[in-house]
Design a protein. Sequence first.
Length: 713
Amino acid sequence: MNEQIEKRRNPFFEPYNTPHDTAPFDRIRLEDYEEAFMEGIRRDNEQIEKTINNPAKPTFDNTIINKDDDTEGYYDLLDRVSTVFFNLLSAETNDEMDALAQKMQPILTQHANDVRLNEKLFERIKYVHRHHRKLTPEEKMLLDNCYDGFVRSGALLDKEGKEKLRQLTEEAGILSLQFSQNLLKENKAYTLHITDEKQLDGLPQTAIDAAAEEARQQEKEGWVFTLDFPSYSPFMTYSTLRELRKEMYMAKNTECIHDNENNNLEICKRLINLRREIAQLLGFKTYADYVLKNRMAGNVKNVYKLLNDLIDAYKPTAEKEREELSPLSSPRGGTKVRKYKEAPSGAVGGASIEPWDISFYSHKLQLKKYNLDAEMLRPYFQLEKVIDGVFGLANKLYGITFKENKDIPVYHPDVKAYEVFDKDGSYLAVFYADFHPRKGKQGGAWMTQYQGQYIDKKGENVRPHVSVVMNLTKPTPDKPALLTLGEVETFLHEFGHSLHGMFANTRFESLSGTNVWWDFVELPSQFMENFAIEKDFLRTFAFHYQTGEPLPDELIRRIVKSRNFMAATACLRQVSFGLLDMAYYTKKDEFTDDIIPFEKKAWKKAILGKQLPDTCMTVQFSHIMAGGYAAGYYSYKWAEVLDADAFSVFKKHGIFDQKTAQRFRDCILSKGGTENPMTLYKNFRGGEPTIEALLKRNGIKPTQALPKGGMSK
């Protein structure tokens, strides 16, 4: 009987036979990954041997883009399985996946080192770099990136140096993975379980309903609050019980510093030193110098200039914002909108505001100044309508359309899969959207791809499969998912990244879509956030989920008026993260400090109010420890200057102006990393960006510290 049963085939080894060759999530089993990883490595090695043993003189075609028709798939398999596995490791993991990741990480790092440190292969690449035919600009960019990638990976080191580099990179890979796994476990380990209804005082019904649903799913009585943003944020904003706010705040801000197996303190210290050693081994003074060589900022000096200029411009306003909160925390202060039971302990005359009070009193101040509350807006931001609005915005700007296709496999019921069609009706991309938090999912929001865009040897334009992963408010049995305005902005942000991927139109996959310099990649995403408060955009989708009534003009007026509420404080928060990042990665000597006091000192210039000695951001700062933003977190502020400047063009010609949008698509979104990003930006804008648009948007007056042309190297 068993002999008659056909042996199951690993789905990674054969055509997917799915719509648009999308990943067959419904057929992939855990045991498929390791088999595919190992076979992918074998095929890679086989193809490399063919390349280095080719008796013909090295050329661009037989060395840089070499891929024979009879070895179709040999380059693709390892990328194919890696893409699915590591995307799901962030979006839908479990203990078995985590264990396999720990097993495979050193093997994959060793293989990557074997390729980059292959002397015969590099000799061919070096020869082509010096002696090549006339190349197109895109080919030249690919060649330069390839050569530079090998050099930055140690190809010019001697034997001893290469062996040292192997050790450092393999250890760094293992520790980065462990950092992420520890953070996820720590985040999911804490819950605030409430059984006394009185302890829900101040909380909006949406938060109460969500907590009740969470309790039901955990088979508990009462209400359960978690550290996932849709649960944590409303609690910190609305709960009148200060001690519970403190408990939640301390749980969130002490993740991974407890004396348990999830502690990340020593991991962070080691990662900082590993990266410094790698950079110095490659001839750079610091890891920041190594990173910034291929960034728009160019060098450490320019990064600090941006961060310090922003502090000079925004800190006076931020201090005034902070002062406005103090009277509200006084026992006599506050707003008449709601009776609050308690003031902070020790509030005598002027109040002492603790970190767990900031969101609470900021909310009170927002009510007092603008009579605006995030909960007032939720009924108008039903997720399904927001999806329609975001897709409709893309249609108004670029003419593209989205159609859900339930035949495309997905990895979780929360995920929706769409076909995307260009304005001429041709197929453009597959778009996955994963909306809600769950047990096996990292916090935050991000965009990724399951297939990048490129043009194959037959001339076919292989279109991308793009995914956005978020942690938005979940529906309850009684209500659909109702979002905050901030969550709408998050959706727009990640959707901006996805447009960068979907509009990709380059020859080589490594140069397509979001494969651009790190301080340019946030431009398309942050640009889209600008639409969130535009009346003409809100009018397209913001309807009350029960009555169908549009978002009232008065509420829109208050939204626009409050746009810059606490904007300077928010700016300094981002700047503080940039300062912390640079403090770690500009170290020239071994990092031996204790992480927590070092952190407090590193970002002090941008911090308002007291710092608590027993909290720590570094150990949960995935961006700079495990997410690719090491020595690059400043990119968010750098790109914010770009996005404000770019959106000013749309404001001038009309926010839905299709000619301006087409130019943005043609000059930036479709070009990927085929040219220097400043060249791409100037092609769109007609000149270099200035910081004036950002200052104007945030209501900050320009100062001499921020001259025109401040973005130039």
